[in-house]
Design a protein around this ligand. Sequence first.
Ligand code: 13P
Ligand code: SF4
Length: 344
Amino acid sequence: MTDIEKILEIKKEMGEDLLILAHHYQSDDIVKTADLVGDSLKLAQYAQQNKRAKYIVFCGVYFMSETADILTEDWQKVLQPAIIAGCPMADMADMEQAEKAWDIVTEELGCEIVPITYVNSKAEVKAFCGKRGGTTVTSGNAAKVVEWGLKQNKVILFLPDQNLGRNTAYDLGIDIDHMAEYDPKTEKLEYSCDKKDVKIVLWKGFCHVHHKIDMKHIEDARKAHPDAKIIVHPECRFEIAQAADGKGSTEYLIAQVKNGEKGSKWIVGTEHNLVKRLKDTYTDKSVYILDTSSVCTNMNKTTVSNLLETLEDIQKGNFEKQVIVDKEIAKDALKSLETMLSLA
Ligand code: 13P
Ligand code: SF4
């Protein structure tokens, strides 16, 4: 029996007690064995809605499993096959830094703040937002959530991804000059407008996979395939998002290719596993990757072998790979996630 066959066998034995969730950036083998596949928003919703599975095995990165743990019941266990798979961007902000930023921004701008954190963040940062009337956001609902923040007539503190914050706020009509930047390392707030005109403070975090896509990739792609449409994830830098023909969450990128006309050409700026799957799935269209080095090594830490090991561990009553968020943190983080899910 192959490892995949063994996984399928265990799934049959465990039935509804087991739910395997996988992010779109996972490899084909993992996606094939998963019960549900989605972007961060969908996966959070799937975890919240499932009230049957005793064990939720999350094929993704740590912040996603933490979110699932926060959104599920106490009797449900969330396990992550590659327990060491984190997200370098989520690690760019912690509670202590966020509290410091809150004090600095409040003092310098003399304003009220509403904090909004990308779900790609630590549970403690979500708790920081929950405690202060803020919320979480994903790339799939960014416009709705940032609009909600802007309507409060407070300055948004958007963390940790400056690119998602900048791209979204710009689309909602906020001038680039009215966006400040906050560097958690130097604890400096920078802006070029009058302080009363600052609408959003962007934490200087980024996803290295998307942030490294540059104008040369766009120029080369346009030259190689002049009749193709370039679409990118909003974690890409502002100039890339502007130069592309479209931008949006993972689900948006999939929908564009899926619904594109037969024979259409697509150049996609995001993680390579997803782009490869789009290419293999929609063979009536041509799909290319914008930057061949777009590989998230953390997403790729989940393998068929550590997934099988996790399932076998569950059957033996070994929960070493369980992700558990501290109860106090979870309580406040839940507030921020619930606000987002009510807006989504
Ligand atoms: P999505 O919100 O589109 O799923 O993206 C998550 C992610 O980690 C992208 O790098
Ligand atoms: Fe984090 Fe970027 Fe990997 Fe997504 S692609 S998990 S944001 S490092």
